[in-house]
Design a protein around this ligand. Structure first.
Ligand code: FES
Length: 158
């Protein structure tokens, strides 16, 4: 196992910020047309010294291990950033703590970037629904995800 594989394995074993956030200010969902994986990110802001910064970010993923590892490190890095700062971060920057990803895994980081951008560009999260037992896949399949959450299909190089 090389150093990057070890970092990804550690992030998978102990993912940070995994799970839905019931009081989120923003939520974004993205699906990859390349592999069919999906990722949703929730963001909560707070005021600090007159600036609105990200207090915490969480995620739920139906993706590969790399996407989960990137989301884990990315949600840690987002803390303390303004929406403007966070919205300029690329998949490469969001996955930087894991080291450069191999070409076949670059879209995994772009999945995280897409969910982040969708959250920051989208409307505030809807209040949690009374039936919160559905998984992300169930919600997407049934079309019951929060009305203002968009699903973005990423198509690259086509
Ligand atoms: Fe699709 Fe990693 S293989 S997100």
């Amino acid at each position: 196992m090389n150093e990057q594989e070890a970092k990804i394995a550690e992030a998978i074993k102990n993912p940070k910020n995994l799970g839905e956030m019931s009081d989120a200010d923003a939520v974004g969902t993205v699906g990859s047309a390349d592999c069919g994986d999906m990722l949703r990110m929730w963001i909560k802001f707070r005021e600090e010294n007159g600036r609105k910064i990200i207090d915490r970010a969480t995620f739920q993923s139906f993706g590969c291990q790399t996407a989960i590892a990137v989301a884990s490190v990315a949600t840690e890095m987002l803390k303390g950033k303004t929406a403007a700062e966070a919205s300029t971060m690329s998949g490469e920057e969001l996955s930087a703590p894991l080291g450069p990803l191999p070409p076949v895994k670059i879209h995994c980081a772009q999945l995280v970037e897409g969910a982040l951008r969708n959250a920051l560009g989208g409307a505030p999260a809807e209040p949690p629904k009374t039936n919160t037992s559905k998984t992300l896949i169930d919600q997407l399949s049934a079309g019951t995800q929060p009305a203002k959450t968009k699903v973005v299909l990423e198509r690259k190089g086509r």
